[in-house]
Design a protein around this ligand. Structure first.
Ligand SMILES: NC(=O)c1ccc[n+]([C@@H]2O[C@H](COP(=O)([O-])OP(=O)(O)OC[C@H]3O[C@@H](n4cnc5c(N)ncnc54)[C@H](OP(=O)(O)O)[C@@H]3O)[C@@H](O)[C@H]2O)c1
Ligand SMILES: *[C@@H]1O[C@H](CO)[C@@H](O)[C@H](O)[C@H]1NC(C)=O
Length: 293
């Protein structure tokens, strides 16, 4: 009896804690109605899908990427889907002045900002690390520094609105993956910056949420083109992925895991059995057919 109690009471405590924790606010699409949102890297892939979800929810969306013609189509579609408003700013995130200019456009056109979704990534290669230091520097500018620059510029508006920053990262930003060395480095940098910043916001009572999104393999054109032959895993749908990111941001979650079973569950191993996780990761790669160098 005594022993049973010793096991049962903590167990019940855990179950109750879990129920309490998961009974937090539920997502409702109305949460985004009338909200002013920037989506970067929105000309294709997950960013484009996020723009469409936000439009259906009635948000004001400002999309950005380099290719103006594609953004124009995204904006048109957003208007058809019911966006409060939709506009674009085109340019490259290699340039920090441009990154700042996107935020200024939101201020001028929307009069403020409720959510900053940082999603763009520069083109990299999917093969063994080639030793190109310059490439890493450039990729850090696009995938990391521009995120920092936009956050700095947007912070006054986000503080005013009690807004949210949503940072799209990857399993490759939590665990070492082969064939994406430069990309992985930039994603780890995002975790360091934004997780530290979240701590400071908490200490300083800054009411701006930071949501880091840990994604598995997603079926966007660029990812499938780069990795489908080498990665032994079927990609998850970008539409559902985009929705999960928006939900997590709206609910002010600390992190989003999609697909859950391919991200959160393996990450349980990371700190306790790192070598086992490394081994399991390698099992998903067809290394007998290495990608072209
Ligand atoms: N797909 C996956 O399997 C996967 C897995 C884990 C994490 N993620 C993350 O999810 C996010 C979206 O991925 P995705 O697969 O949807 O990517 P994607 O389809 O390749 O889209 C990348 C976006 O970034 C823009 N972009 C590229 N270079 C840029 C630059 N120099 N300046 C400004 N914009 C630039 C692209 O537009 P332009 O070319 O017109 O500039 C495009 O809109 C990324 O953060 C990625 O790391 C994806
Ligand atoms: C923080 O902002 C959110 C969303 O804007 C709001 O619901 C919440 O009440 C704010 N919290 C505080 C302590 O001001």
């Amino acid at each position: 009896m005594g022993r049973l109690q010793k096991i049962l009471i903590p167990f019940l405590g855990l179950v109750l804690a879990f129920c309490f924790y998961s009974a937090r606010e539920n997502f409702k699409p109305e949460m985004l109605k009338g909200k002013r949102v920037i989506v970067t890297g929105a000309s294709t892939g997950i960013g484009e899908q996020m723009a469409y979800h936000l439009a259906r929810m009635g948000a004001h969306v400002l999309v950005t990427a380099r290719t103006e013609a594609k953004l124009q189509k995204v904006v048109e579609r957003c208007r058809e889907l019911g966006a409060g408003s939709a506009q674009l700013v085109s340019g490259s995130m290699e340039d920090m002045v441009f990154a700042k200019r996107v935020v200024e456009a939101a201020e001028a056109e929307l009069g403020g900002l409720d959510m900053l979704i940082l999603n763009h990534v520069g083109k990299s290669y999917f093969s063994y690390f080639d030793g190109d230091v310059r490439h890493i520097q450039k990729l850090l500018d696009i995938n990391f520094l521009s995120y920092v620059a936009m956050t700095v510029s947007a912070l006054p508006m986000l503080k005013q609105s009690g807004g949210s920053i949503v940072v799209v990262s990857s399993m490759a930003g939590k665990v070492g993956f082969p064939f994406t060395v430069p990309y992985s480095a930039t994603k780890f940098a995002l975790d360091g910056f934004f997780s530290s910043l979240r701590q400071e916001f908490s200490i300083q009572n800054v009411n701006v949420s930071i949501t880091l999104c840990i994604l598995s393999f997603i079926d966007t054109e660029s990812a499938v083109r780069a990795a489908a032959d080498v990665l032994q895993m079927s990609p998850a749908p970008k539409e559902e992925c985009a929705l999960e990111i928006i939900k997590g941001g709206a609910l002010r979650q600390r992190e989003v895991y999609y697909k859950y079973a391919l991200t959160k569950i393996p990450l349980l191993l990371r700190d306790w059995a790192a070598e086992l996780l490394d081994y399991l990761v390698r099992q998903h790669y067809r290394v007998e057919r290495p990608p072209a160098a």
